[in-house]
Design a protein around this ligand. Structure first.
Ligand code: ATP
Length: 463
């Protein structure tokens, strides 16, 4: 299995990322004071900023930059027939086995086939149960009565909300094929294996775009969307040698798919799926047409009212998984001492941990730091911060030695620090410090915002 190999050579480990995420307020374990809730995580002050910026970047890329794509925000709760039509009630299952002795639960496709054949628990050697299908959808009840007529599901993907609205959108917004609908939202899956921090969780967010095309043009559109999605990651500034395509073989293809590729990222635990680009054929709309009894054919008014059921090209990325990817991608440890890095203690001040986020994604864009609290420097710094915050996400920090404050901002991924010193009072200049190079330049206060804007626009990652 390609997934198992690990080519990762970088400085990050999942332990380091998890610990940094907690220490700096990116991600906390859900309900931690009660011992934690598996499969659920909370996004702290820096985490929500990062998540919002990823979502905004994706949204801009998929809607603002494409005249033929519009947005949607569908409800999480949908009519239960939706999930029968989509095939989820029948097919959205993992094969599970339990150990009768130690009670551990495994995905049958993830244990050694020999042990599975012998029904031997990989942990304790006890006897395993037969393999059974376990549906990943969370089921609950709606209304006052808890019986089979009140069953409702938490959506396991955002896509179906788009399919059932496709006619509404054609009518309300006069969309013509080819066109797309983009949506960002929560999805829920009762995942049994939820290790690797926020990689695979029971509650997560997806960024999906469904592109409706005329049958016969689907393969070309599929290639176009593969190219576009690849370029998107280039624009995000991630390490491109950590990305690769994986085409689904016949055994992997989902029941709806005609062709499917994943974009995989090289995480510290190896190559893993980040986003799927799928040719879903006309499966979804045909099924909804059949189950709802509504005519979901497209009527091509420019072409003699030709009728057809559109094919769908889907791009489906994980928002929370992208956040993990960006944390891993940005993570760096750098020697900043003057001696020999090989013999130096990694926990000493000669090393810094830095998150090299693209400035458009960094939770804090500019930190304002007065060299001293006294002599009016704090007031001046607050004044400069107030000026900058109209345009940038800012932070203010006046406590501790300036070197330590820079390190704190490096660890939060803040690309620019502005330091106010005694000279600032004299000549209205400030020091602008760059996270990646640690270079410092003197800039007149009047040109500061413009300079930061141009640095963001021309940003190139150096490492
Ligand atoms: P897997 O095979 O890993 O379970 P999948 O192929 O079922 O995932 P899709 O249904 O194609 O995944 O979902 C699209 C995207 O949503 C994935 O590429 C991933 O980024 C994200 N995603 C899916 N499941 C989860 C999850 N449990 N936790 C976090 N993100 C997820």
């Amino acid at each position: 299995m390609a997934e198992q190999q690990n080519d990762y050579k970088g400085p990050a480990t999942m332990e380091k990322i998890t610990s940094l995420a907690k220490r700096r307020g990116f991600v906390f374990q859900s309900s931690e004071i009660y011992g934690g809730q598996a499969g659920a995580w909370d996004y702290g002050p820096l985490g929500i900023e990062l998540k919002n910026r990823i979502a905004q970047t994706w949204w801009k890329e998929m809607t603002q930059l494409h005249d033929d794509i519009v947005g949607l925000d569908a409800a999480i709760l949908m009519h239960p027939r939706v999930w029968e039509a989509s095939g989820h009630v029948e097919n959205f299952t993992d094969p599970l086995v339990d150990c009768k002795k130690c009670k551990a639960r495994f995905r049958a496709d993830q244990i050694d086939p020999e042990k599975l054949a012998k029904k031997e628990c990989p942990e304790c050697g006890g006897e395993l149960t037969d393999t059974r299908k376990f549906n990943l959808m969370f089921k609950t009840n709606i209304g006052a009565v808890e019986d089979s007529s009140s069953i409702i599901y938490l959506r396991p993907e955002t896509a179906q909300g788009i399919y059932v609205n496709y006619k509404n959108i054609i009518q309300s917004n006069r969309m013509k094929i080819p066109f797309g609908i983009a949506q960002i939202g929560k999805a829920f899956r009762n995942e049994i294996v939820t290790k690797n921090f926020i990689f695979r969780t029971c509650e997560f967010e997806q960024m999906e775009m469904q592109f409706f095309v005329k049958p016969g043009t689907d393969e070309e559109w599929f290639n176009t969307w593969r190219e576009r999605r690849w370029k998107y990651y280039e624009k995000l500034g991630v390490k491109m040698d950590h990305l690769r395509w994986h085409r689904h073989g016949p055994d992997e293809l989902a029941h709806y798919a005609k062709d499917a590729y994943d974009i995989e990222y090289l995480f510290p635990m190896g190559w893993k799926e980040l986003e799927g680009v799928h040719n879903r054929s006309n499966y979804d709309l045909s099924r909804h047409m059949q189950f709802s009894g509504k005519d979901l054919q497209y009527i091509d008014q420019d072409n003699g009212n030709e009728r057809y059921i559109p094919f769908i090209i889907e791009t489906s990325a994980g928002l929370t998984r992208s956040l993990l990817m960006l944390l891993c991608d940005a993570y760096d440890e750098e020697y900043v001492g003057t001696g020999d890095p090989a013999t130096s203690d990694k926990n000493s001040d000669d090393w810094r941990t830095v998150l090299r986020f693209h400035p458009n994604l960094a939770p804090i864009t500019v930190a304002v730091l007065p060299l001293m609290k006294k002599d009016g420097l704090a007031e001046l710094a607050q004044d400069i911060r107030a000026e900058l915050k109209e345009d940038f996400a800012t932070d203010y920090d006046q406590s501790g030695a300036i070197g330590r404050r820079y390190r704190r901002q490096d660890e939060a991924g803040t690309p620019f620090c502005v330091t106010i010193d005694y000279q600032s009072k004299e000549d209205n200049t400030v020091t602008l410090r760059f996270r990646d190079s640690m270079e410092q330049v003197r800039v007149p206060r009047s040109q500061l915002a413009e300079r930061i804007r141009s640095e963001i626009k021309n940003y190139k990652r150096i490492k």
